[in-house]
Design a protein around this ligand. Structure first.
Ligand code: PEP
Ligand code: MN
Length: 354
């Protein structure tokens, strides 16, 4: 995917904010939100016109009539306006209303049929399309949806990270699992990557922290929910900020994308490269010993996987690593992967013997 255009002409696609209500509820609410967004120095207004809700009976948006309110906000406040689409009919209605961009929501990105139908409806159209991640942390599904839109000729493209559904109780509504958007960025480095801290957090008191984390990780922008009176919002009331809080947030965020002023970053990277090489050499040495153990087990007809041994190893490693300031989960993941590779190499020995 080599060539992208700016998401919106005249707006830096590596430093952008989008804000606005979860849903467009009334003309007055949209216009008031637009004023707040503009006062916070933000140039792009979001508002959901059609709301795909997890459960029936929730507010499902005002529908096409609300596009007129967005259009009015665009005209009166000079904002770009975007809304969520989930079907070709939504796209046609949005285009008729002169909307500047659309986003594909998490529930829709999950469905390749729906995404392909929308990609077909977008052929020959030059608007911004933002693709939210699918509900589950499946980077292939996310990049596949982006590819479908790209293949339809859309070049004003961005990905929006909004966290992933979770089964467990979590401090987040949708835990961020930052490694997923980072992997997407590795695969599509030229694509703008935005973060939606509102749907990740689900609570307004953690939106600022998540926003700063995203910027620290090099995200290109934020999409933040903002409502003139969040407590009475018809959807996502708990996570929306007032326009005043939005302004405070935007003024407090630090964009760390500074150039490597004195070359220190380069030096640190050289150190990291050397350490990574060292880690690889140690791993290779460890695999050598594992193969010797494999040969021994084979000779004495012993099972390759000795579960108690792995548990002992894991416990010892997690204890030590925690004392060194690393998390249990991290060490568990690393050692599970190392163990899996050792087992694979030992099984190879068995296969060679047969
Ligand atoms: C939204 O942006 O209001 C929305 C419904 O988001 P998501 O698709 O990320 O749940
Ligand atoms: Mn919402």
């Amino acid at each position: 995917m080599p060539c992208f255009k700016p998401i919106f002409d005249g707006i830096d696609c590596h430093h952008l904010y989008i804000a606005g209500p979860c849903s467009a509820e009334s003309r007055e609410q949209v216009l008031e939100a637009a004023r707040g967004v503009k006062d916070a120095g933000i140039g792009i207004l979001r508002a959901g016109v059609w709301k795909p809700r997890t459960r029936p009976g929730s507010f499902e948006g005002r529908g096409a009539v609300a596009l007129e309110w967005l259009h009015e906000a665009k005209r009166d406040y000079g904002l770009r306006v975007i809304t969520e689409v989930a079907t070709p009919e939504h796209i046609e209605a949005a285009l008729r209303a002169d909307i500047d961009g659309v986003w594909i929501g998490a529930r829709t990105t999950t469905n390749p049929f729906a995404v392909q139908e929308m990609a077909d409806a977008l052929k020959g159209v030059d608007i911004a399309v933002l693709v939210k991640n699918p509900v589950s942390p499946d980077v292939d599904l996310w990049s596949g949806s982006i590819e479908r839109i790209y293949n339809a000729g859309i070049r004003r493209l961005a990905a929006v990270h909004r966290g992933f559904a979770t089964y467990d109780n979590s401090a987040y509504r949708n835990p961020p699992h930052w490694s997923a958007p980072i992997e997407l960025h590795r695969r599509l480095p030229e694509l703008s990557l935005l973060c939606d801290p509102s749907h990740i957090g689900g609570r307004r008191d953690i939106v600022a922290r998540i926003s700063q984390e995203a910027l620290d990780l090099g995200f290109d922008g934020l999409m933040i929910e903002c409502h003139p009176n969040p407590d009475v919002a018809l959807s996502d009331a708990q996570q929306q900020l007032t326009p005043e809080a939005l302004k405070v947030l935007v003024d407090s965020l630090v964009w760390r994308r500074t150039p490597d002023i004195d070359g220190s970053l380069h030096d640190f990277r050289l150190q990291i490269d050397a350490l990574d090489n060292h880690i690889l050499e140690l791993l290779s040495e460890r695999m050598g010993v594992a193969r010797e153990i494999g040969a021994y087990k084979l000779k004495h007809s012993m099972a390759v996987v000795q579960r108690d041994r792995f548990n002992e190893l894991l416990n010892a490693a997690s204890g030590k690593a925690q004392a060194m300031g690393m998390s249990r989960e991290f060490v568990h993941a690393i050692f599970s992967a190392i163990h899996e590779e050792s087992v694979r190499q030992q099984l190879e020995l068995e296969k060679m013997k047969k």
